[in-house]
Design a protein around this ligand. Structure first.
Ligand code: TYM
Length: 327
């Protein structure tokens, strides 16, 4: 049976990159398989967070899942720290992981580069991520392209464990879209759009005011030609705008390119703002309507109970395999 698991860190305001690369997939796939969608707060604390802000953001991400269309009667939505088995399996798997393989993770290299002191959590981050995925016998992990390396590591750890201790884990596959797996920064379209980048103009938040994202789109870096064509290598800026447009409008890039023959970048940008105002407006309206904290907490409580039932069984299976005493 197909089983999905994915997570988003409450480490900043979610961007349209998070939406198009991951959350949109969560919504589309929830009808096809049993799904667990997590707010990974334990991952967020691998870098310093303001406690009040973190608490607010963690709920906000769950609220955004719902506003984007995740249905709690279909998918299990919960906060990672509410299911203690994540931390527990994280430890058990650390004892089956190697320093060398963790040191090779590009996310670790990027986040630790040039820092005098690097905390251990940042280093073992991918092992906790492996625990998240393996706890639920996950078959598919819907993510953006930047998470591919972590999922490959998860597979390596699981395969190694199965070889050493006998069949314990299901080996998961990444589920990465062919298109939209990497939404690029608006100011520098050769870099990934990121919720933590310094320049606010590089990204658009899902909850952003249309007047603000209009300015960012109109200022988005393109090129000196004035030809609307999809060519990621030579025209990364225009190609990125076409990708975003296509995904929000549900219209193919070929059709867009045909429709904009002879028109300029300004026309493309203006229409993109309109499409985004419409789509994000719907999400933002639903987000506002869902602002009852008690109701949200009830969904999260029910989600964590459901998740824990599965997670507990997996941890017991792992402990048994490793030779820990179960009473
Ligand atoms: P995070 O919080 O950085 O991002 C959440 C999801 O959004 C995707 N994403 C993008 N997709 C396309 N274009 C972009 N510019 C873009 N930016 C972000 C990410 O690929 C991700 O799918 N390590 C994970 C969180 C995590 C997790 C897990 C994911 C923890 N445990 C288990 C899956 C399964 C992360 O930092 O995602």
């Amino acid at each position: 049976m197909k089983r999905l698991f994915s997570g988003v860190q409450p480490s900043g305001n979610l961007t349209i990159g998070n939406y198009l690369g991951a959350i949109k997939q969560f919504v589309d796939l929830q009808h096809e398989a049993e799904a667990f969608y997590c707010v990974v707060d334990l991952h967020a604390i691998t870098v310093p967070q303001d406690p009040a802000e973190l608490r607010k953001r963690s709920r906000e991400i769950a609220q955004l899942y719902l506003a984007c269309g995740v249905d709690p009667s279909k998918a299990t939505i919960f906060i990672q720290s509410h299911v203690k088995e994540h931390a527990e399996l994280g430890w058990l798997l650390q004892c089956a992981s190697y320093m060398g393989e963790l040191g090779r993770m590009t996310q670790f290299k990027d986040k630790s580069e040039g820092k005098a002191a690097v905390n251990v959590g940042l280093y073992t981050y991918p092992v906790l991520m492996a625990a998240d995925i393996l706890l639920y016998d996950t078959t598919q992990v819907p993510v953006g392209d930047d998470q591919k390396q972590h999922i490959e590591l998860t597979r390596d750890i699981a395969e190694r464990f199965n070889k050493r201790y006998g069949d314990t884990f299901v080996i998961p596959d990444p589920q990465i879209q062919e298109f939209g797996a990497r939404i690029m920064a608006l100011d520098e379209p050769t870099k990934k759009m990121s919720k933590s980048a310094e320049n606010e103009g590089s990204r658009i938040a899902i909850l952003e005011d249309p007047a603000i994202f209009k300015k960012k789109i109109m200022r988005a870096v393109t090129d000196t030609e004035n030809e609307i064509r999809f060519d990621e290598e030579n025209k990364p800026g225009v190609s990125n705008l076409l990708t975003i447009y296509s995904m929000f409008a549900g219209e193919s890039v070929e059709s867009l390119v045909n429709r904009y023959q002879g028109k300029g970048y300004g026309d493309l940008k203006k229409d993109l703002v309109e499409v985004m105002t419409d789509k994000l407006g719907t999400i933002q309206k639903r987000f506002e309507e869902l602002n009852d904290v008690t109701e949200l907490d009830n969904i999260l409580r029910a989600g964590s109970e459901k998740a824990r039932a599965t997670a507990e069984k997996t941890v017991n299976r792992v402990k048994e395999a490793m030779g820990l005493v179960l009473l």
